[in-house]
Write a protein that binds this ligand. Structure first.
Ligand code: NAD
Ligand code: SER
Length: 314
């Protein structure tokens, strides 16, 4: 892991992973890429490449030019946007992923990381303390691309020896870069609305319980898995990762401890149907046993920190 390319680096996770990578590996060893322009000024210290992950030649050129040995592919269409544009979700999440797998074979990359998601679970999965191994038949295009991605990665690992690593991230909560169009986005929006207007209308129902994680845990977990001793990894591309689980009602109650006037109302839309077959909680014992995963942020600490950080921005 000497020279790293992050594709999709300008999004919610990439914009926070990049500065941590810079601290750890040196910004000259971290090349960042995205199909979008860096309008928010996310990239300050790194070389930026404009790359569409569906363009294999653009990825190859960057790998050759920068002598890349590790690729992190964060480029994706998330669940809600994916239901609105399933063809686009397939193209970016699967064609893009296959491009990354193909170049990883051709250039004998040392390591490849592509996230999966709690969206791999579906109506036939065990949804309480969802096991690492269970029946995965998701009913969203996003979920279908994530299960297919896990299987493709497994295939490339078995047949071509690619050291492929991935986490089934829960809903990620953060205050730096807005989320990119998922079903768990309510758990970020709610903080801005609570601080600005003291009220929020939620697009899920009040009792939709989902696994969530605060960004510092997400970034630490990602780096810990990336750096984990490969001989200890029995799984590789599909680690369940837990931190906290809550419903919109419970999150609103926690926010009211800081903003007593805060009210929440509900106008569920199509995203309620997406959340319906996602797990309420996650069994992450494989990640704990194989590479020592341990979350550090719980709901009260996350809410306090989010309100403090967003208040500074507003
Ligand atoms: P995001 O939507 O915030 O960022 C994705 C980035 O990819 C954006 O900067 C976008 O411009 C870029 N992109 C889109 N199409 C591209 C293309 N064709 N070529 C290159 N770049 C392109 O997503 P995120 O939240 O940072 O998610 C990163 C990864 O983590 C994704 O695989 C996602 O499925 C997974 N994940 C995220 C969450 C979450 O809650 N954020 C949860 C589970 C899994
Ligand atoms: N946060 C993501 C979404 O809602 C989960 O993969 O799409």
């Amino acid at each position: 892991m000497k020279k790293i390319l992050i594709i999709g680096a300008l999004g919610q996770i990439g914009s926070e992973l990049t500065p941590e990578f810079n601290k750890r590996y040196g910004s000259s060893n971290v090349i960042v890429a995205d199909a979008a322009d860096d309008k928010r000024g996310v990239v300050t210290d790194n070389v930026f490449e404009k790359i569409d992950v569906t363009d294999i030649h653009a990825i190859e050129n960057a790998i050759k030019r920068h002598n890349i040995d590790t690729v992190i592919n964060l480029a994706a269409i998330l669940s809600a946007k994916g239901e609105q544009n399933p063809d686009l979700a397939w193209r970016i999440n699967i064609d893009g992923l296959l491009n990354v797998l193909r170049v990883s074979v051709k250039y004998k990359l040392d390591r490849v990381m592509i996230p999966s998601s709690i969206a791999v679970f579906g109506p036939q999965s065990v949804l309480y303390n969802a096991p690492q191994e269970t029946n995965l038949k998701p009913n969203t295009m996003y979920g279908i691309t994530k299960v297919t991605g896990e299987m493709l990665a497994d295939y490339y690992h078995r047949n071509f020896g690619i050291d492929f690593r991935g986490i089934r991230y829960p809903g990620i909560i953060s205050h730096k870069t807005p989320p990119g169009g998922g079903t768990t986005d309510y758990a970020v929006e709610i903080f801005y609305e609570a601080l600005k207007h003291k009220k929020y209308t939620c697009f899920l129902s009040g009792e939709a319980c989902l696994p969530m994680m605060y960004m510092p845990d997400c970034i630490r977990g990602t780096i810990e898995l990336l750096e984990a001793d490969r001989s200890k990894l029995l799984h590789h591309g599909n680690y369940n990762l837990g931190a906290m689980s809550f419903t919109p009602d419970v999150l609103a109650t926690e926010i009211r401890k800081h903003i007593p006037e805060f009210t929440i109302t509900y106008q569920p839309d199509f995203r309620r149907e997406i959340a319906r077959y996602w797990p309420a909680s996650i069994d992450d014992s494989a990640a704990r046993a194989e590479w020592g995963w341990q979350p550090q942020w719980d709901l009260p600490a996350m809410v306090e920190d989010m309100l403090k950080e967003i208040a500074k921005k507003l």
